[in-house]
Write a protein that binds this ligand. Structure first.
Ligand code: DO4
Ligand code: MG
Length: 266
């Protein structure tokens, strides 16, 4: 099947939670794709975010670039970022309930009470209920850097607000961590048709193994439907850059696809 066709296997496969638990997910999906299911042209459907009942969490300061940017934006909190980058325990924070996640083509939000807003393009680990890696998708961890930089205790307000998390366009299955570490993450921001920012990073620059991030997330915690875990950003626009209403954010991960969202104030 080509990538311009969408196959509706929901009648046979059940929901995403069940699907993520399949041991042989890529093979079973490939077999299902041969079946007689409703088919739609990709251009004729609107893709929802690839999430149902999974909580969304995020790792932070997993790239050296992120650590340096966070240390520069804050004064008395700077050493916290330095320490967490080196520590055994990673920074993990709650990001979104599934019903609050926006999908491809839906607007992401910038806070009305923030002055310095940025997108954070991140590889997302799609984890099953046992904490195993079932696939990958693309995430945008929208952040208000002036609020985060003022005081580390404001992090939840800088990170969790309406439309602050985008996921999509699809879940890539069947790729290993070693393969994913060769992928490139690119981000471009367009304003009135002109590019105002472009940057790139490699998934291979993520400091921690994926299993380590998943292991800490699942410690003393259960996720009966699995979980989405954003793995941190390695692309940080210059300090003079802030998003504006109407901007278009395009995030490309070479092994997955393209996630595009416009920006709106919330
Ligand atoms: O500690 C603040 C947030 C870090 C983050 O979101 C990232 O590194 O991507
Ligand atoms: Mg982030």
């Amino acid at each position: 099947m080509d990538e311009s066709t969408v196959l509706d296997i929901s009648a046979q496969a059940g929901g995403l939670s069940a699907l993520l638990d399949w041991d042989d997910l890529p093979e079973r999906l490939a077999a299902l794709a041969q079946g007689d299911f409703p088919r739609h042209a990709l251009s004729a459907v609107r893709l929802l975010p690839p999430i149902e009942r999974q909580e969304v969490w995020a790792a932070g300061v997993t790239y050296l670039r992120s650590k340096k940017a966070r240390m520069a934006e804050s004064d008395f909190s700077a050493t916290a970022y330095d320490k967490v980058y080196e520590a055994a325990r990673p920074e993990l924070f709650f990001k979104a309930l599934p019903e609050k996640v926006v999908g491809p083509g839906q607007p992401v939000g910038i806070r009305a009470d923030a002055k310095w807003n940025v997108p954070e393009p991140e590889l997302v680990l799609v984890l099953n209920a046992g904490g195993g890696l079932a696939g990958f998708t693309i995430g945008n961890d929208m952040s208000s850097r002036d609020i985060e930089g003022e005081n580390l205790l404001y992090l939840p307000q800088a990170k969790i607000y309406s439309r602050s998390c985008a996921l999509g366009p699809t879940i890539r299955v069947g790729a290993t961590e070693a393969e994913a570490r060769n992928w490139t993450i690119e981000m471009a921001v367009e304003r009135s048709g002109a590019q105002v920012f472009a940057g790139a990073a490699s998934v291979g620059q993520i400091k921690r193994p994926f299993a380590e991030l998943a292991d800490y997330l699942f410690r003393s915690q259960t996720f009966p439907h699995g979980a989405m875990l954003l793995t941190g950003t390695g692309i940080v626009p210059p300090d003079t850059f802030t998003l504006e209403p109407g901007d278009l954010v395009r995030i490309t991960i070479s092994g997955i696809g393209v996630l595009e969202n416009t920006v709106q104030p919330v």
